[in-house]
Design a protein around this ligand. Sequence first.
Ligand code: NDP
Ligand code: GUE
Ligand code: MG
Length: 294
Amino acid sequence: MTARIIDGKVIAAELRGRVADEVARVRRDHQLTPGLAVVLVGNDPASEVYVRSKHTQTQAAGMASFEHKLPADVSEGDLLVLIARLNHDPRVHGILVQLPLPKTLHTETIINAIDPAKDVDGLHPNNAGRLAGGFAALSPCTPLGCIILTKSVHASIEGMNAIVIGRSNLVGRPLVQLLLNENATVTIAHSRSRDLAKLCAQADLVYAAVGRPEMVRGDWLKLGATVIDVGINRIPVPGAKPKLVGDVAFQEALDVAGAITPVPGGVGQMTVACLLVNTLRAACAIHGLPAPAV
Ligand SMILES: NC(=O)C1=CN([C@@H]2O[C@H](COP(=O)(O)OP(=O)(O)OC[C@H]3O[C@@H](n4cnc5c(N)ncnc54)[C@H](OP(=O)(O)O)[C@@H]3O)[C@@H](O)[C@H]2O)C=CC1
Ligand SMILES: Nc1nc(=O)c2c([nH]1)NC[C@@H]1CN(c3ccc(C(=O)N[C@@H](CCC(=O)O)C(=O)O)cc3)C=[N+]21
Ligand SMILES: [Mg+2]
């Protein structure tokens, strides 16, 4: 058996196309141009790749993109002043502060300062709490992308056994909440979990969001499982640019899984597309327009 490869590039491009159509409509009918501001502190190389593709794709979708690059030694006060300015800027409907922040900055203080209505990362406690309560919320982009990729394989995941490996605020925890909202049965695993292989053997849906290259082995998987690999790990290659690998041993998994996302070309593509979706949704909500059809 060889797994179907879930093409994140194609699914993300299709989603971006629908966002672009809706953006054109709100610009024409409501003179509203959705705008996204991304704040990047310091120069983490992984973050720069992400921020660059986000900038290009935001503009390609017909939205305004504002980039704010700050030095790694920026004071918390200066960063809070910038966030307050973006909160009040009528051209900005989405604010994303790229994580991780330098150790000198208090992440919780910064996230809490973002207007929840503009929190397109879904990280503000107001949105995280609404999501956990099963209420309408801006939800984190990577988990949203994981659900869309899963639904490209299974129209309904009701009653399926899912395992989420990783419990970060950015990925694992919100993904658990979205899966619960879809009526999956969810196991949450983390660094203190015992016998991950045995836990995975029960799972129809496996989500790996750990940050450990190829940690999930092929022989951990149930035959025919759907595998969504969130991990982005850069492996140094002497004399060449680093190689990207996921948290799943892809070649091994191909023989066992029913469907699997590649890295690159899987979840990462969806994260950026979902950021555009959230920015459009935030812009419509802020202006009292009906939720867009994407
Ligand atoms: N494709 C995309 O769009 C995105 C990709 N990523 C990638 O996804 C991965 C995870 O990101 P993120 O959630 O931010 O990472 P974090 O480092 O914040 O969280 C990692 C999680 O994995 C758990 N973990 C660590 N080691 C093990 C282990 N040996 N066994 C089981 N669980 C373990 C940790 O457990 P504990 O809580 O106990 O410490 C933690 O919950 C990274 O590779 C990151 O680059 C992230 C965001 C978006
Ligand atoms: N506040 C915040 N929100 C985030 O959503 C956030 C963050 N901070 N910090 C870092 C992580 C990581 N992340 C990625 C997004 C897209 C790709 C992506 O586009 N990946 C491409 C490949 C990119 C490449 O070639 O390096 C792919 O998988 O095909 C990767 C990683 C968002 N994150
Ligand atoms: Mg990917």
